[in-house]
Write a protein that binds this ligand. Structure first.
Ligand code: PCA
Length: 325
């Protein structure tokens, strides 16, 4: 065979390109909330930080607003490796294991400080559950406190009978049952449409989601019950993480820790901003009546008792750790 310098040079150039391509890793990050939501903005900053800290070795693409997977499908996508990393609403998985639902129990942890304690108490159990499924928990960030959106005035739980209630989790569907409302599970990305078409006329969530979904165009009242602060969790497929070199793994961990600190701060700071914004859009943002609070606390007590029964020793460990302040 004749030596062909030109072909050899091409081969070498090709090998060089291939080397560059394999050194750079790309991850998809499905998320369920719109680009302007504070959680999604935090993810974008996280991705930019990973890019910088890994010197461009790991590129993470955020897919907002349930565009890649629906909210309740993201966990399985990360487990199966269809996505390497994803943001989930932990309480969505309460039926899989009660521990995921600890931060969705009404009136268990109602302030940011208590919510942080609950997050710390939950973490070892969540780490164990996710590890058993080949995943890891990178960080969590809470939504602002949950209140009640309604089309009409509510002065007691009796007034909630027959409401067409949007649920986002097993626990929010259970609330509907307990107050005599009709639950319909709808992910945040489809909430605007459900409100506009009258499929639902009430739900519990943060000022953040009321603002994102333009709830003020359909409903008039929001009762600031501050009932619980559910958390988003960013989870990673462990095999994808293990395939990174050590400096890149460190970059992910560092950017994740920063995102957690930043996210908790922004959530708390924006809570008041959202309430003001909703009021400016014409909503009545009000404290709940004493009767409504007392009634909702009864609902919460029933749900805590039910939860403790199904959560077993893992759940008991979470509550004990949380109460040991
Ligand atoms: N917003 C999300 C979950 C909790 C919240 O505040 C939602 O309504 O879907």
């Amino acid at each position: 065979m004749r030596f062909q310098p030109f072909a050899a040079a091409l081969l070498l150039a090709g090998a060089g390109l291939a080397g560059t391509a394999s050194a750079q890793v790309k991850w998809d990050l499905p998320a369920a909330y719109p680009p302007g939501n504070f959680h999604t903005e935090n993810l974008a900053q996280f991705a930019a930080d990973v890019d910088k800290l890994s010197a461009g070795k790991l590129k993470i693409q955020v897919h907002a607003n349930a565009s890649l997977f629906k909210a309740n499908e993201i966990k399985r996508a990360v487990q199966g490796g269809q996505a390497q990393i994803g943001e989930v609403l932990l309480v969505n998985f309460e039926n899989e294991n009660a521990a995921y639902g600890a931060d969705g129990i009404p009136f268990l942890a109602t302030s940011y400080a208590d919510s942080k304690k609950l997050a710390v108490a939950q973490k070892p159990v969540l780490d164990k559950l996710l590890a058993a499924q080949g995943m890891m928990l990178l960080y969590t960030v809470p939504w602002p406190p949950q209140g009640i959106y309604a089309k009409k005035e509510l002065n007691s739980v009796a007034d909630m009978k027959g409401l067409k209630w949007r649920a986002y989790s097993p626990a929010t569907a259970r609330i509907a049952e307990l107050v005599g409302a009709q639950p319909v599970t709808i992910q945040a990305a489809e909430l605007s449409q459900a409100l506009a078409t009258g499929v639902v006329d009430s739900y519990m969530s943060s000022g953040s989601t009321g603002y994102d979904s333009k709830t003020y165009e359909s409903l008039k009242f929001w009762y600031d019950t501050q009932a619980w602060l559910p958390k988003n969790g960013v989870i990673i497929n462990k095999a994808a993480f293990d395939a990174l070199d050590k400096p890149t793994q460190d970059a992910v961990q560092k950017a994740g820790a920063d995102a957690e600190t930043r996210g908790w701060k922004v959530s708390e700071e924006k809570n008041d901003w959202y309430k003001k914004a909703l009021a400016e859009k014409g909503m009545k943002i009000m404290p709940p009546s004493a009767k409504l609070v007392a009634d909702m606390k009864e609902v919460g007590a029933t749900m805590l008792a039910d939860w403790e029964k199904k959560a077993g020793p893992d759940g008991a460990a979470v509550i004990t750790a949380f109460r040991k302040k």
